[in-house]
Design a protein around this ligand. Structure first.
Ligand code: NAP
Length: 249
């Protein structure tokens, strides 16, 4: 039998959550996970409809985070009175030939960093009962990876934006943390997942010997969104199967 006080600690009952990047992959899984823990969840991405039906009640809205979420935030506040949780999971990985390198860099920073900041600016004034912002960064925010400097720069920037906002928003009881996944099987990583050599190399680099699944991140997101993490802000929660803990592969 689960202790009732302990269950309350991890419950999101009555909380209002906005999750970006919710049409598929990590954002969709986190939207479902927060809804399963009791939150009223609004998920947003550009696709007209999410790729798969949600197994938990999530209201899905089509919008581009790079254009801005002010109208959606106003709509949520009109309906629910406030926002308690913001998850910035929308992201792109734009690889490019060298003549397109700067354009790819700009496009990546626009969605992965600037739009995440814009979402924080839109939501934070409505976190009137305190709040939790979860920025989905990456192990790319902690160490360098080849071939996609814009992605590494954006995630590194998002990591320190998380700390800057934790400082600024802490006095309003708004916590801001980074959830940093390792290699997770989604559309974004489909090519390396399908390539036997790259697949094996990424699995070997973890301590657990396998890729992550989107479901592996749900517990961490519920923890960061809930009172269970109420004294935690400005931190990285790294969910990478031990990738960044390991030296020799
Ligand atoms: N997969 C991994 O191994 C991994 C590891 C570390 C971090 N991450 C991060 O986790 C997040 C989710 O990635 P994923 O692996 O789930 O990738 P994914 O399957 O490609 O999903 C990306 C999500 O972001 C949305 N999105 C992209 N641009 C958007 C925009 N301008 N406005 C609104 N939504 C937008 C996409 O929806 P639409 O196309 O419908 O707009 C989709 O829902 C990203 O921030 C990614 O950088 C992933």
């Amino acid at each position: 039998m689960v202790d009732a006080a302990l269950a309350r600690l991890f419950s999101l009952e009555g909380k209002v959550a906005l999750v970006t990047g919710a049409s598929r992959g990590i954002g969709a899984a986190l939207a479902e996970g927060l809804a399963g823990a009791g939150a009223r969840v609004v998920g947003v991405a550009r696709s007209p409809v999410p790729r798969d039906a949600f197994r938990q009640p999530v209201r899905y809205v089509a919008a581009d985070v790079a254009v801005g979420l002010d109208a959606l935030v106003a709509e949520i506040v009109a309906e629910h009175g406030r926002i308690d949780v913001l998850v910035n999971a929308a992201g792109v990985s734009v690889s490019a030939s060298s003549d397109q390198a700067l354009a790819a860099f700009d496009a990546t920073l626009d969605v992965n960093l600037r739009a995440a900041y814009a979402a924080c600016l839109a939501a934070a004034p409505h976190m009137t009962s305190g709040g939790s912002i979860i920025n989905v960064t990456s192990i790319n925010s902690l160490v360098g990876f080849p071939g996609n400097p814009g992605y590494v720069a954006a995630k590194g920037g998002l990591r320190l934006l998380t700390k800057a906002l934790a400082v600024d928003l802490g006095p309003r009881d708004i916590r801001v943390n980074a959830l940093a996944p390792g290699y997770i099987r989604t559309d974004m990583t489909a090519a390396s997942f399908a390539d036997p050599e790259r697949h094996a190399a990424r699995a070997r680099h973890t301590c657990l010997g396998r890729w992550g699944e989107v479901g592996d991140l749900i517990g961490a997101a519920i923890f960061l969104a809930s009172d269970a993490s109420r004294y935690m802000t400005g931190q990285d929660l790294v969910i990478d199967g031990g990738w960044t803990a390991k030296g020799l592969t």
